[in-house]
Every structure is written in structure tokens, then in C-alpha cells.
Design a protein around this ligand. Structure first.
Ligand SMILES: [Zn+2]
Length: 299
């Protein structure tokens, strides 16, 4: 297993195998890629572009793909998948990001959700395709990833939302169709609590069974603007890491705003001596060996 630091700031943290920097998160703000880090790019989730081009926002019978639309669970604004100018610009941007860093990890590659997008351009493209609605959406998503694969010369990792069953109908995502283009998948499993690890472990088993490339998961440590009282406890994070790790997944990333919060997590994990002892019989020595590595760094 490999372990990554996944940060909103271009900072490195000792004790991780690799570093993933959010050069363009879903808020849409862009920061320069770093030569010694992988770059995380959210494509269609993009608040900045949605504000600048409201006519590009994905449409449905239940309204646009905006954070304010309570019919869906959108955490950010999402653009229509077929805006030619945006696709073109993002393709160039992703190629540049790839050149300037170790490789590209994508998020938000897909249609917003069920019933998206029914803008006039999408409706026309769908009708012209002669395909079913779901197959047309899958083709749009897969073809765009194929174009991205052509411009990314280094590692390309495809981010998925944690829905192993309905991703095709909701997002136009076909795991098998995407696998040939991906060096690996990263399933984001962000939550402000991992109090019930059973569910996360089950999701890992499902994705490990379904995905035909290495599977990473991303866990939530501390987001921008968070309070220490509202984020997962170090004990929850250690336990869920072991429970997920024992399903055979290939790696875990830990998301934080900045390096200091991951260092705090490392220190707290090292201090959980009793829990670390207890978790030894759970069947995932890799996570516990990681904490042993941290012990030498943070003390
Ligand atoms: Zn559209």
C-alpha cells in the first residue's frame, strides 16, 4: 500500500510516499502546479467558471447544478459536460499541469447527476448520436477522458464519487470503459465522521471488486475553514484506515488544508498507543507500519 498527503496548499509533509496538491479544486481557484507533487484538477465542478459563465451551468428538470439546488447534493457548482470552449481550455490546462508536475489526478470528470444535462446543446447532441440517453452520456464522459489521456504523458488517476452501483445512471461513468485510460482510480470518501467504519470498509470491498486498475481512497482529515471539534478524530481515522486497508485497496490519501494539520494528525496517531496495539490483530499491518514511520519523524 502507498500513502499520500492530499493538500489544498503546495506543502510537503514528511512520512508520506507521495504528495497530491489541489491545483484546481472545485471552488475553481487555480494555483501553480509543483514539480515534485502530483496535481489534482477538478474539471466540471468549478464555482469560478460557473459565476463567470452562468450559461454553462448544467441543467435539469429540477433546476441547474448549483449549490443552492436542494433537489441534489451539490457541494459546488457544476458545468454542462459538453461546452466546447470549456473542454478545449481544460484540455490545454491539464496538459500544462502535467508538464509542470509529476502527473494528474482528476476529479469531477462526469455529468452532474441524474437528469443532467438537458441544455439545448446536450439534447441536440444526444438526438444526433442515435444512442440511448445513458449510453450517450457514457460516450461523452469516456471520449473526453480518452482525449485527456492523449495529452497527459505522466500518471493519470481518475477520481470517482463513492457510488459503486449507480455511477453509470447518475454520472455517465462506466468503470470498465474508463479503466484503459487510468493508471489508477481514486475514490473520494470524504466525511466529517468515520464513526461507523463498516460502511467505508464495504465501499472499499465493492470498488476493489469492480475496478480493473489500482484503487486508492481519500479520507478527510481537516478541510479549509474547519474547526478541530468538527473533523474526524485521530482514533476514527486510524481505525477506518485499517478497516479499509484490509480490503486489499492499493493506497490511502489523507486530505487536509495545509501541512500543519497532517502533522497534528501524525502526532495524534503516534500517541494512540493502545489503539495501535489493538488494531494489530485487524489484518492491515501497512497502516500501523506507517504510524511507526511517523513515530520517528514527529517525536
Ligand atoms: Zn448541457
Amino acid at each position: 500500500m502507498k500513502f499520500g498527503a492530499y493538500l489544498f496548499k503546495p506543502e510537503r509533509v514528511n512520512g508520506f510516499d507521495f504528495h497530491l496538491f489541489r491545483v484546481k479544486p472545485e471552488v475553481g481557484r487555480r494555483q501553480p502546479p509543483q514539480p515534485d507533487m502530483y496535481s489534482n484538477v477538478a474539471i466540471f465542478g468549478d464555482n469560478v467558471t460557473a459565476r463567470e459563465h452562468p450559461e454553462w451551468v448544467s441543467q435539469s428538470e429540477y433546476g441547474p447544478a448549483l449549490r443552492t439546488n436542494d433537489r441534489y447534493n451539490f457541494r459546488w457548482d457544476i458545468l454542462c459536460h459538453t461546452v466546447p470552449e470549456f473542454r478545449e481550455e481544460m484540455l490545454k490546462y491539464i496538459a500544462e499541469v502535467d508538464r509542470a508536475s509529476l502527473g494528474v489526478w482528476l476529479n469531477s470528470i462526469h455529468f452532474a447527476d441524474h437528469g443532467h444535462c438537458i441544455c439545448p446543446r446536450c439534447k441536440e447532441k444526444w438526438k444526433k448520436s442515435g444512442l440511448s440517453w445513458y449510453e450517450w452520456r457514457k460516450k461523452e464522459v469516456t471520449d473526453y477522458i480518452a482525449q485527456i489521456r492523449d495529452v497527459v504523458k505522466k500518471e493519470l488517476v481518475i477520481g470517482l464519487l463513492p457510488d459503486p452501483v449507480c455511477s453509470y445512471e447518475r454520472f455517465g461513468i462506466d468503470f470498465d470503459a474508463l479503466a484503459p485510460y487510468a493508471d489508477a482510480f481514486n475514490v473520494v470518501m470524504f466525511s466529517k465522521s468515520y464513526a461507523t467504519p463498516w460502511y467505508w470498509e464495504m465501499l472499499c470491498m465493492a470498488f476493489k471488486k469492480l475496478l480493473k486498475k489500482p484503487v486508492y481512497i481519500s479520507l478527510y482529515v481537516f478541510g479549509p475553514g474547519d474547526d478541530y471539534r468538527e473533523v474526524p478524530s485521530p482514533s476514527e481515522l486510524l481505525t477506518v484506515s485499517v478497516r479499509c486497508g484490509r480490503t486489499g485497496i492499493d493506497g490511502i490519501l489523507y486530505l487536509a488544508d495545509s501541512a500543519s494539520q497532517l502533522v497534528d494528525f501524525q502526532k495524534a496517531a503516534v500517541d494512540k498507543v493502545e489503539l495501535r496495539q489493538k488494531l494489530k490483530s485487524y489484518g492491515c499491518p501497512e497502516v500501523l507500519e506507517l504510524v511507526e514511520r511517523w513515530e520517528k519523524i514527529v517525536k
